[in-house]
Each structure stands twice: as structure tokens, then as C-alpha cells.
Design a protein around this ligand. Structure first.
Ligand code: CDT
Length: 307
């Protein structure tokens, strides 16, 4: 019996500040319906898929941004997405800003099964950017002001007849992200992202954004024998140009589907979970070949220590 999951990566074009949740949810539902027509089992939406990427602005009083965060999921505004997905029998993965009853703010992604049940919640571990206002920048990337880094780590859940993990945007640049999930037998990693093309700390990287995006996800997939689905919120949002190039990557490291536009666009691939074993039972047979006894620095040390 094959274990093929038909997966849709539902890239979003920009969400401007004045776009309300209702109009965004309508766009998500339109992509969901397109995915249903294409026979998808699972649709993956981007990071912070319900609002504009608000960490690009700094405000002194963080509570002024509360309206960008979700305090419940589903909420009255997002319920139509959950209802339509359940009606169509499609699962989905959705990124959003979460404000907990204790007042904690997380960059969050949830996984919803075909029957509408929430299987898992993942909160972003690696929070990039800066924590204070940097007024000389063309735009802020103040994620470290707006979000608490999660200490819950990288879980792997049984869903869609597979072993599924999640990561969010900057997480995809860190090899440990994939390996922690790889060590739990992950077969499918779902990732939403918002990646400004202009990298203010080092503009020489601007031209390499697409290359780096593919580089990290293709190598993470290959080195851990897993499918990786990376989905962008793309295009020019509030004057900031963001990377598209959403992609579905096979355990071989090959890109099997890639977005062509920077708009709302669905790409689809038939992903055979049994392909993972071609890598995890051969070159990357962890149990046979890994040497954890010489990797201790990975967990005992954070930054570089010189001898
Ligand atoms: N959203 C997110 O994590 N974006 C970062 C931008 C670079 S750090 C300013 C990323 O790694 O794509």
C-alpha cells in the first residue's frame, strides 16, 4: 500500500494593513477550494497568514498591536475556513500570531486533520530580527519584540498517515530544526515564511534570498530523508518586497513543485511518504552511522568558543 499525500502549498500574495481578516479568510478558502479540485489531502498556508507582517513596525505600547493576534482558534472570523475544510475533507496548516490568556505572544502554526480536529500546535523557536526600535532602518524586523521564543521544541505528530513536523520561517535556516525532527522519524515538515528580500544587516545577501531559501530546505530534506513544504507570503506588502518561491521538496532534496508568481498561488505535489526510507534506511540510517558522542557541543554550547 502506498502512502501518497497530495499536498497543496497555498502561497499568499501580500496582505496590506487595511485588508481585514474576513477578506483574508475568503482568499484562504478560495485556495482551499482550488486544492480540493486538485485532489489535495492537505493545504499549507504561510506564516502569519491572517494579517500583514506587523513586526515591520515598532510601537512603544505593544498592546496597541493586540488586534493582530488571535486569542482563540478557531475564532468567529476563522471558523468559515475550518468549516469549509471539514466539509471538503481537507486538512490544513495555518500560521498566525497567538496571544495566550497569560498574555504571552507566540508566532504559531497549527495542523488540522481532514475531520477538522486540531492535531498539533507549533510555536516558533528561532525568533530573528531585533528587540528594540531601530529608527534608521527602512523597515523594522522586530519579531524579537513581538514574539516570545518557544521552549517547547520541535514535535512530530502522527497525522495524514504519516509523521508530520512543523517549523516557521527562520527555523528553516537552522540544521538542528530538521535533525531534532529527523530523530523522531519525521517524514513531512511544514513551514510557512515571510522573508523580506532586502536584508538590512547585510544587503549583499539580497540577491541570494531565493538561493538560500532553497539551499536550507533542500539540504534539510535530503539530510533527514523527509519531505519539506515551504510556503511564502510573497510580494510587495506595505512597500516591503518579500520572497515567493514556495516549494515542495522531496527526501532526495529535489524540488518537485515551485511557485512561479508572488501572488496567491497553489502548487501541488503527490508526495509518497515511503520515499523517505530510501534515505533514512541507507545513507542517513541514523542508528547505524550517527556519532552523537562527538556532537556534544551541539547541545552544551550556544555560541562559538575558541580554544
Ligand atoms: N519571518 C522570518 O523569520 N523571517 C526571516 C527574515 C530574516 S531575519 C530579519 C527569515 O529567516 O526568513
Amino acid at each position: 500500500m502506498t502512502r501518497v499525500i497530495t499536498i497543496g502549498a497555498a502561497q499568499l500574495g501580500p496582505i496590506q494593513k487595511h485588508h481585514d481578516r474576513q477578506s483574508v479568510v475568503k482568499r484562504l478558502i478560495a485556495l482551499l477550494q482550488q486544492a480540493h479540485t486538485a485532489g489535495c489531502d492537505l493545504v499549507v498556508f504561510p506564516e502569519l497568514a491572517l494579517t500583514t507582517f506587523f513586526p515591520r513596525w515598532f510601537v512603544e505600547n505593544i498592546s496597541e498591536t493586540d488586534h493582530y493576534y488571535e486569542t482563540q482558534m478557531p475564532s468567529p472570523v476563522t471558523a468559515p475556513l475550518f468549516d469549509e475544510a471539514k466539509r471538503l475533507g481537507i486538512g490544513f496548516c495555518l500560521g498566525y500570531a497567538e496571544l495566550t490568556p497569560e498574555g504571552k505572544r507566540f508566532n504559531t502554526q497549527i495542523l488540522v486533520e481532514k475531520d477538522g480536529s486540531v492535531v498539533a500546535k507549533y510555536r516558533k523557536v528561532h525568533i530573528p530580527g531585533h528587540e528594540h526600535n531601530e529608527p534608521d532602518r527602512a523597515f523594522q524586523h522586530a519579531e524579537r519584540y513581538y514574539f516570545t521564543p518557544s521552549n517547547e521544541g520541535f514535535g512530530v505528530w502522527s497525522a495524514f498517515g504519516s509523521k508530520v513536523g512543523m517549523m516557521i520561517c527562520n527555523d528553516r535556516r537552522w540544521p538542528e530544526t530538521y535533525r531534532v525532527m529527523g530523530l523522531q522519524g519525521v517524514e513531512l515538515i511544514l513551514c510557512g515564511y515571510n522573508t523580506p528580500i532586502h536584508y538590512i544587516p547585510d544587503p549583499s545577501q539580497d540577491i541570494l534570498q531565493g538561493f538560500h531559501n532553497a539551499l536550507v530546505m533542500q539540504s534539510g530534506a535530503y539530510q533527514n530523508g523527509t519531505w519539506v513544504v515551504g510556503v511564502a507570503k510573497a510580494g510587495v506588502e506595505e512597500g516591503v518586497d518579500s520572497l515567493g518561491q514556495s516549494m515542495i521538496v522531496a527526501p532526495s532534496g529535489q524540488i518537485v513543485a515551485q511557485a512561479l508568481t508572488t501572488d496567491d498561488e497553489l502548487i501541488v505535489a503527490h508526495c509518497d511518504m515511503d520515499w523517505c526510507e530510501k534515505y533514512t534506511k541507507t545513507l542517513f540510517d541514523f542508528d547505524r552511522y550517527r556519532r552523537p558522542e562527538v556532537y556534544t557541543r551541539i547541545t552544551s554550547q550556544r555560541g562559538v568558543e575558541l580554544n
